[in-house]
Design a protein around this ligand. Sequence first.
Ligand code: ZN
Length: 150
Amino acid sequence: MASDPRELYQQVIIEHNKKPRNFGKLDPCTHHADGQNPLCGDELQLTLNIREGRIEDIKFEGHGCAIDVASASLMTGAVKGKPVVEAEAMAEQFRRMVRGELDPSNEANLLGKLTLFQGVKDLPVRVKCAVLPWATLHSALKGEATVSTE
Ligand code: ZN
């Protein structure tokens, strides 16, 4: 493991692109949403099975840039098995983090290793790529079928 956060970030992105976790489609599913980031060309389809307020299973399909795919892979892993309310709170924190509005050292941090994405706040064009999976999750949980970052 690299000790430099930038190097660690790169390693994780590369690793999750090579072997995305939870890639595929749940059929049948209780919730789904499609997300698009026209700025980059990222497209994402999320399928979830939610039972008694908990995300029992979640998968994603689609194609996107390295940051989008790695973010989707890490997001699905992070929220799987979690109560919906907790997943929503994580989505909200993630959105604020990549916009530089969250101080993980000063606030209860729900994001764990996902904080390695905080570096994208210095890359404005990449913020939407990193946020797309979380925005799509938010839509799916609210029962909206499509979301665009534009
Ligand atoms: Zn992208």
